[in-house]
Ligand binder design. Structure first.
Ligand code: GLU
Length: 482
């Protein structure tokens, strides 16, 4: 039975890297009929934030990534929270000391700082000098009796190599002398370090596969050594390819949005983000990109993963977003855009306002790149417009010429009222010809007069949804400006 986990530390908002790890673990569990576990690794209390925990739940909920163990959205049973399990970690750190696999270290901050300075000065690799590894039983007993504070450190073998086979990258081998010298497992306040809590939990939660970002590879030999020290079988490790920006550097804020909140408020459809992230470092079928979550849940396989780093392409993600927006039914799209109108003072959310929106949806669906584009696009339907004179007059056109357009425009509007869009278009072409101007120069002043903007949904549809009488009023008002 496959059991995998997403084990974020609530020390920041969820970002693309985390979503990728969560999603791949989720998909792996689903594709194998296994369990997906959520675990909060909140051992670092200085960087902990309640808002980050909430953001984790909101994000997974928004993306539709459900977990089987460790918590429910309704909070029926709590998530696996490391800060609630400190006694367990303490017990197992102590067990390693009793088995001579770990030791008490009484070095204080001052001494450690002195070592650090000396190492920097002599250009030596950083790390603990293993001073307390050699204390005698009597010395230890004496210090404990005197109540000296201590940490517990793992005894890293001084020689040899540690090997593990990564499911994606193959055999990985580290010289033990390159593993951090005797890392702390339990801090002096009794709190575990990431390494201890992570390994103890993966063991007791019966995690079969650890799928995480490649930046954790340097910690893995240490984890393998801990499993050995405990006498436990390590899980299978699978380190996922790095996610890079277009410039080959690790994806970061410099490249654009990375936090899920940013993508959300920009108006990405969650399913589009999920689909795009699922393709990061993964290919399923030649020539096919669009895979709904339900498909991915069946198709995911470690064999589809690439070893090479994945490049995060914002343009491609935008394309996915457009595809998902266009695939929505009008009702789905209406529900998805409503949150983006909530803060707009012109939109009161009444049934009347919603039915106007519903009417315009078929006209805007093709044009939306982001759900948030809607706010500007539909504004003219809900509030008066006040076009500027200089915007009304197209380049290479005069005020008189523009006035003539606006005077002829009511004929066009009446044709729209007649219900035949093709006839209305044909008439627009005829009128432009009569005035000796291009069709675009005929349409633009009308568009600006009616919608107040150069960019609007298609003009005929806009006029129809706004109402022909209102359109005529706006044309008249614009004409007066000239
Ligand atoms: N808490 C670690 C993180 O924040 C988990 C790493 C792991 O998956 O082992 O990424």
């Amino acid at each position: 039975m496959v059991r995998v986990r997403y084990a974020p530390s609530p020390t920041g908002m969820q970002h693309i890297g985390g979503v990728r790890t969560a999603l791949f673990n989720y998909l792996f569990a689903r594709s194998k009929g296994g369990k997906f576990i959520l675990r909060l690794e909140d051992t670092d209390r200085t960087r902990y934030g309640e808002e980050y925990v909430q953001n984790l739940y909101d994000t997974l909920d928004w993306l539709g990534i459900d977990w089987d163990e460790g918590g429910t959205k309704g909070g029926e049973f709590g998530p696996y929270v490391q800060s609630e399990r400190f006694e367990l970690y303490k017990e197992y750190a102590q067990k390693l000391v009793d088995d001579d696999k770990a030791y008490y270290c009484f070095c204080d901050e001052e001494r450690l700082e002195r070592i650090r300075l000396l190492q920097t000065k002599n250009k030596m690799p950083p790390g603990y000098d293993r001073n307390c590894r050699h204390l005698t039983k009597e010395e230890i007993a004496e210090k404990l009796a005197a109540g000296e504070p201590y940490v517990i450190r793992l005894k890293i073998p001084l020689e040899g190599v540690t090997k593990f086979t990564d499911a994606l990258l193959g055999d990985i081998e580290w010289k033990n002398e390159d593993v951090s010298p005797d890392p702390v497992l339990l801090k002096s306040d009794g709190f575990p370090t990431y390494h201890l809590a992570n390994v103890v939990d993966d063991h007791f939660m019966k995690i079969t596969h650890v799928m995480r970002a490649q930046e954790w590879i340097p910690s893995t030999p240490l984890h393998v050594l801990m499993y050995r020290a405990f006498g436990w079988e390590p899980p299978i490790f699978c380190h996922l390819p790095m996610v890079m920006g277009q410039d080959g550097q690790k994806l970061s804020k410099r490249h654009g949005a990375t936090s899920v909140n940013e993508f959300r408020s920009k108006g990405y459809v969650p399913a589009a983000l999920v689909n795009y992230v699922a393709m990061l470092g993964c290919s399923y079928e030649e020539g096919r990109d669009i895979f709904p979550l339900s498909d991915l849940e069946k198709k995911f396989d470690v064999a589809h993963l690439n070893k090479a780093p994945a490049v995060f392409d914002y343009k491609k993600l935008e394309w996915f977003n457009g595809q998902y927006i266009r695939a929505m039914s009008d009702d789905e799209l209406l529900a998805s855009i409503l949150p983006f109108l909530e803060g707009c003072d012109y939109f009161d959310g009444s049934d009347g306002a919603k039915s106007v929106l519903k009417e315009i949806i078929p006209h805007i669906k093709e044009r939306l790149h982001f759900l948030s584009d809607v706010a500007e696009m539909v504004k003219f339907l809900f509030c008066d417009v006040s076009p500027a004179v200089e915007d009304l007059i197209p380049k290479k056109q005069t005020a008189e010429g523009t006035k003539a357009v606006l005077q002829n425009a009511p004929l066009f509007v009446e044709k729209i009222r007649g219900g035949d869009d093709e006839a209305a278009e044909e008439l627009a072409r005829e009128l432009a010809e009569k005035l000796g101007i291009k069709l675009g120069d005929f349409m633009m002043p009308i568009r600006i007069a009616v919608t107040g903007s150069r960019i609007s949904p298609p003009l005929i549809g806009s006029i129809r949804v706004l109402g022909c009488d209102k359109a005529l009023e706006r044309l008249q008002a614009a004409e007066k400006l000239l």
